[in-house]
Design a protein around this ligand. Structure first.
Ligand SMILES: Nc1nc2c(c(=O)[nH]1)N[C@H]1C(S)=C(S)[C@@H](COP(=O)(O)OP(=O)(O)OC[C@H]3O[C@@H](n4cnc5c(N)ncnc54)[C@H](O)[C@@H]3O)O[C@H]1N2
Ligand code: MOO
Length: 392
């Protein structure tokens, strides 16, 4: 059995950036990173734009101007202005070539066709120059840029409808067990409602991994073998829950061996999550998480999370860890280091009752995990403890 830190470093060293590209429509590309530089297909703004509702002026020495027309936003008219002439104009409308300033209407006196301003103004006042944000052919956004809502808006303003982005992993979630039935069906004796797939799907969605398929197999070797073969071939990451311990009907380990998945580790000295498997087949990473729901989710946050961040080429690949003051007493059972469900608030952490790896109720109200190392048998109130903050 290896230690938690050995297991973490094996995951870190054996999960690489995917570096594959995929095309996305721009409105669905939020959260992705650009795979290549994007050059602007147009000038932005594409014409000299008025930044105010007011009057576009062809400046001259005098403070009065003759009004010769009106230009609304969207108008295509190209009015010619002589020196001393003005047009009524609105925010976003094209400023005629000959106009060299826009005066906001609050500062203009109108008298029929004559308007007057109170003082001389600078050239180009209140005019957004052609290509002020980006010029046609210039770099609009660099490769690697994260597409925030603002970036999506910017690219859309350039008329870009599709972008090439770094692909996120496609992920298969596989649950195993004869005892599992779907929510909505009658709970017959000996069965439980299947919950791991929904729990892990939700954890993945919160981390913005949406390309996820769910698969279910019974405790049957041939079914397990053929399903795992199929999903390993078709996915970048496979997350299995259950069937990885030593029972007569735990077929996951045997099937992974038969499929020649390279075992990077099996079994970690930790509670929960002892029978945790991590392996690789070609470029596909495979985690077999223990079936106990709280063990599965703990292993997801401590190990699978790292692989996901590495696949996305993220520099920080572990969840944040902070030092916090315990507000609870806790006595550790056994010698395995423990990862404890807890509630963190403002540098203080409460270690919860009900740490068994089947206890979903405890995890449901947690927002943190406290790490109790091997050599610590007791945590007392006011002790400083290492706390992992969960993305919940
Ligand atoms: N003789 C031994 N028995 C066990 C050992 C051991 O070392 N020696 N380890 C125990 C530990 S620790 C764990 S953790 C579990 C892990 O077992 P498996 O990964 O094989 O998981 P299962 O037996 O299939 O299921 C365990 C538990 O979780 C429930 N489960 C499974 N899948 C789901 C699901 N999708 N949704 C909800 N609940 C699920 C399942 O019904 C079981 O209660 O092994 C111990 N045994
Ligand atoms: O490793 Mo198990 O998850 O302790 O119950």
């Amino acid at each position: 059995m290896i230690s938690i830190s050995e297991a973490i470093s094996i995951v870190k060293n054996n999960s690489e950036p995917l570096l594959k590209q995929t095309k996305k429509s721009v409105e669905k590309a939020g959260g992705y990173h650009l795979f290549e530089d994007i050059y602007s297909p147009i000038n932005m703004p594409p014409f000299r734009q008025s930044a105010m509702d007011g009057y576009a002026l062809h400046l001259h020495e005098d403070l009065t101007y003759t009004l010769i027309g009106e230009i609304q936003a969207g108008d295509a008219s190209r009015l010619q202005l002589k020196k001393g002439e003005a047009v009524r104009i609105f925010t976003g409308a094209p400023v005629p070539d000959a106009a060299n300033a826009v005066m906001m209407q609050e500062k203009v006196k109108v008298d029929g066709n004559t308007i007057s301003i109170t003082h001389k103004i600078n050239q180009e006042l209140n005019i957004r120059p052609l290509g002020e944000q980006v010029k046609q052919g210039d770099l609009a956004l660099k490769q690697g840029t994260k597409l925030t809502p603002a970036a999506i808006g910017y690219l859309s303003s350039l008329g870009i409808t599709e972008v090439s982005v770094y692909k996120k992993p496609n992920i298969a979630l596989v649950t195993t067990g004869n005892e599992l039935i779907e929510g909505g069906l009658e709970l017959t004796y000996g069965k439980i409602y299947e919950s791991n797939s929904k729990m892990l799907l939700s954890a993945l969605y919160i981390l913005k991994f949406y390309d996820v398929t769910i698969h279910k197999v019974e405790d049957d070797y041939h079914q397990t073998l053929s399903k795992l073969k199929e999903v390993i071939n078709a996915n970048d990451l496979v997350i299995i829950t259950g069937g990885i311990s030593v029972g007569d009907y735990d077929f996951v380990g045997k099937a992974l061996k038969e499929l020649q998945v390279e075992e990077l580790f099996y079994k970690v000295k930790q509670k929960p999550g002892k029978p945790l498997f991590f392996g690789k087949k070609h470029h596909t990473s495979i985690f077999a998480l223990p079936g106990n729901p709280a063990a599965a989710l703990t292993c997801f946050y401590v190990y699978v999370y790292i692989a996901l961040q590495n696949m996305m080429n993220k520099k920080v690949n572990e969840l944040p860890r902070v030092k916090a003051k315990s507000v609870s007493n806790f006595t550790k059972k056994g010698d395995r280091p423990q990862i404890l469900k807890a509630i963190y608030n403002n540098a203080e952490v409460e270690i919860l009752e009900g740490q068994n790896s089947s206890m979903q109720q405890t995890f449901a109200i947690s927002n943190a995990l406290v790490y109790a190392p091997e050599d610590v048998n007791e945590i007392k109130i006011n002790d400083t403890v290492e706390t992992i903050l969960l993305p919940v």
